[in-house]
Write a protein that binds this ligand. Structure first.
Ligand code: NAI
Ligand code: MG
Length: 353
């Protein structure tokens, strides 16, 4: 099988880590029967400065018509509004209907307190529909935002969370060491206060997970604030967490802090038959150009993309090579307390692959 993969490095360290993602895919053993065609694509702040758009139409159309998946690095976004600029990854999620943002947060098993969870964040609605308005009143301005939750979006996000729980169980059953005994999905919400919006999310997710396919998946729910508390006290208790957009955004950055460095945490934006792997970190202007960015978030994102393209065996090889590098702990980048350059970390992982 030949997979066509779009490469969108973006800005800053995106340009240093996406080439590493390409190399790890090219280095997969031939016995897997996988080949790759890579297509270089543009997006980001530099693209905006050159072309006046942050996400050229060509990037979108090539992804839609020619690619199975993509790797996206990071883009630099201005902190105040710049006319004509909007975040390309947010636009891509919409244009390609990438409705799930999947973020595994994992330590190696030999860590003092191993963690192995996946946060599945709804990616298309909630407060992020960005329908805001400001009303002028005699007491000053009042700003409002729409929080939109639909049955359809809640149902499909809970369904993919259930599928991810089953797939993780399958990988464990195949002998991968794990801290979890069985598949568990935790539904996160605040329906005690927001009974209609979060209420709909909660009841729909429960419904979706009642499907007989998920008979072996344990389902629990947790109110989002106590969830944060428990996530920090007892992170080992979580397997798959499913959440509406805003809570998922916050929980996933918080969870990333548990494993020590943003440079380790991958994500995937997933739609029907399409996936974009994306490291969770940004363009890291403070370290760009020094050759010291940690490539692991990107390598794991490449593996995650493969998982959603039904290439689990290839994904497992990448995860194992990365874990072996971390467990040995000799060639670590500076964000992990080491002195290795990006290139040395990549070389070590390629050798293990
Ligand atoms: P950041 O993630 O770029 O950096 C935060 C800190 O983590 C920095 O100290 C950085 O050096 C470190 N770091 C991040 N990735 C690393 C890696 N792979 N290896 C070693 N150290 C790493 O977040 P920040 O500084 O808030 O944002 C910088 C720029 O990135 C901004 O323009 C922001 O808008 C953009 N950004 C883009 C994202 C995306 O494209 N998805 C996500 C987050 C931020
Ligand atoms: Mg975020």
């Amino acid at each position: 099988r030949t997979l066509k993969i779009g490469l969108i490095p973006g800005d800053g360290i995106g340009k240093e880590v996406i080439p590493a993602g390409r190399r790890i895919l090219e280095a997969l053993p031939a016995s897997l029967g996988l080949k790759f065609d890579f297509i270089d694509l543009k997006a980001g702040w530099e693209t905006f400065q050159q072309q006046g758009v942050a996400l050229p139409d060509e990037t979108v159309s090539v992804l839609k018509s020619d690619c199975h998946g993509a790797l996206f690095g990071a883009v630099s976004s201005p902190t105040t509004a710049v006319k004509g600029y909007s975040s390309p990854i947010v636009a891509l999620r919409k244009k390609l209907d990438l409705y799930a943002n999947v973020r595994p947060v994992k330590t190696v098993l030999t860590a003092p307190k191993p963690i192995d969870m996946v946060i599945v964040r709804e990616n298309t609605e909630d407060l992020y529909v960005k329908e805001e308005r400001t009303i002028q009143t005699p007491d000053g301005p009042v700003a409002e935002a729409i929080k939109r939750i639909s049955y359809r979006a809640s149902h499909r996000i809970a369904t993919i969370a259930g599928e991810i729980a089953l797939r993780r169980q399958k990988i464990r059953a195949a002998g991968a060491p794990s801290i979890h005994s069985g598949p568990l999905v935790t539904i996160t919400h605040k329906s005690n206060v927001l009974s209609q919006t979060d209420g709909l999310f909660r009841s729909t997710a429960r419904d979706a997970l009642k499907d007989p396919r998920f008979a072996s998946v344990a389902v629990e729910e947790q109110i989002v604030d106590s969830m944060v508390y428990k996530l920090f006290r007892q992170p080992e208790a979580y397997d798959v967490i499913v959440a509406p957009n805003l809570y998922g955004d916050i929980l996933s950055d918080g969870a990333a802090a548990l494993v020590g460095s943003l440079g380790l945490v991958p994500s995937a934006n997933v739609g029907e038959g399409f996936a974009i792997g994306e490291p969770c970190h940004g363009s890291a202007p403070d370290i760009q150009g020094q050759g010291i960015a940690n490539p692991i978030a990107t390598l794991r994102s490449a593996a995650l993309m493969l998982e959603f393209l039904n290439e689990e065996a290839a994904a497992a090889k990448i995860y194992a090579a990365v874990d072996a590098n971390l467990e040995e702990g000799k060639l670590l980048s500076p964000d992990l307390g080491g002195t290795a350059k990006t290139e040395e970390v990549v070389q070590d992982i390629l050798r293990r692959l």
